[in-house]
Design a protein around this ligand. Structure first.
Ligand code: ADP
Ligand code: MG
Length: 349
């Protein structure tokens, strides 16, 4: 009875708490917030600037251009909470912003979490979300949310396969009859690709560049497979010998070479997931193929590269950056149908 009353009065919220971006949707209203998972704090403290509001877009504007007294940090690393207090501050801000219309009671909140999460890390998600203003916290696997959001028929008795490449982790899963039958979660995604680019420029150009410059190169000219018309781009950094700032022109071939190792690690994760499947499920995938989600899947020709490496037909889902958010939203909207896909802080002890 009390539960039903709360459900009527309160709003339910789904959060895709990503390493790179946080997306919040509200049942009945859809996606209401999509911001970078970053906060700006007073250097050496956990005090979020602007009275707790230097979060997301606002903090992003400060990134790389802050005086020494300010640092811009990402509370999430490799798909999990790296800084407990800051994650809570970020969630509090996002939950409040999403509820601008005014929650009459604290919301029930569903959070998507990586498959590789440890019990301690999951507990941190429960606690941070609860302290940030949730009445009840539920979690579900990001891979399952991405598959549902991508529109895969996960409840059918046939296999479907999803690979969600985000900023911190790549989640690969094969689903059938509503459940995950095989999965791999590796801490290789957009951030690891950027580290590989930083490393490449250091080794081949004696040039030190920041991670946001590396990300820009990857988005502007990065690819997984040779391009018909190869591209090039200018990058600015600091010469490692003279210590002076300078520019260099980098080609898409070079970026592709830099991305070689992280891309092969993603291929290995897909193959390892296939290895866990029985023959029947694996053979379903010959037709159903591999579906890519997450911002990392927007790398040029990644679908073609994965198709060639795995032998499976591969495609990127529509709007890959919001697939997990759409999936969690569907689960909350059809709560009774998807209850089994979620775990609650109350029962998970
Ligand atoms: P997370 O779930 O970890 O927050 P997202 O699914 O939001 O990650 O994806 C973020 C990643 O997507 C970042 O590494 C970003 O660089 C990458 N990304 C976003 N847009 C593009 C693009 N157009 N091309 C390549 N990568 C992109
Ligand atoms: Mg994600």
């Amino acid at each position: 009875m009390l539960h039903r009353l709360l459900a009527v009065l309160g709003s339910d919220l789904a959060i895709d708490l990503g390493t790179a971006n946080t997306l919040v949707s509200v049942v009945g209203a859809g996606l209401v917030l999509n911001e970078p998972s970053i906060v700006a704090v007073e250097e050496g403290t956990n005090r979020v600037l602007s009275g707790g509001c230097a979060v997301g877009h606002l903090a992003k504007q400060m990134q790389g251009r802050t005086p020494q007294s300010i640092s811009v940090v990402r509370p999430m690393t490799g798909g999990v909470i790296a800084d407990f207090e800051l994650c809570e501050a970020m969630l509090r801000y996002f939950i409040r912003k999403a509820g601008a219309a005014g929650f009459r009671v604290k919301p029930r909140v569903l959070v998507a979490v990586p498959g590789c999460i440890t019990p301690v890390e999951k507990r941190a998600v429960y606690n941070s979300t609860q302290r940030a203003g949730a009445r009840q916290v539920l979690v579900m696997s990001e891979a399952k949310a991405a598959a549902i959001g991508a529109g895969l028929n996960v409840t059918e008795p046939v296999a479907s396969m999803i690979c969600d490449i985000g900023g911190g982790t790549t989640e690969v899963a094969v689903l059938s009859l509503g459940d995950i039958v095989a999965q791999q979660s590796v801490r290789v995604a957009g951030d690891a690709m950027d580290r590989a680019i930083v490393d490449y420029l250091r080794r081949h150009y004696n040039l030190r560049i920041g991670s946001s410059a590396a990300e820009r190169l990857r988005i502007e000219i990065g690819s997984a497979y040779p391009l018909e018309d190869e591209l090039s781009d200018e990058v600015r950094g600091v010469d490692m010998i003279s210590g002076l700032p300078r520019k260099a022109t980098i080609t898409s071939e070079e970026v592709r070479e830099a991305l070689g190792t992280p891309l092969l690690e993603i291929v290995e994760a897909v193959k390892a997931t296939l290895d866990q499947c029985g023959t029947d499920l694996a053979s379903d995938l010959v037709d159903n193929g591999l579906v890519l989600a997450g911002g990392g899947s927007l790398l040029r020709s990644l679908d073609r590269f994965l198709a060639e490496q795995t032998g499976l037909p591969t495609r990127v889902c529509a709007d890959p950056l919001t697939a997990v958010a759409r999936g969690t939203h569907i689960c909350l909207e059809h709560f009774d149908r998807w209850r089994g896909a979620m775990q609650s802080s109350d029962e998970d002890v």
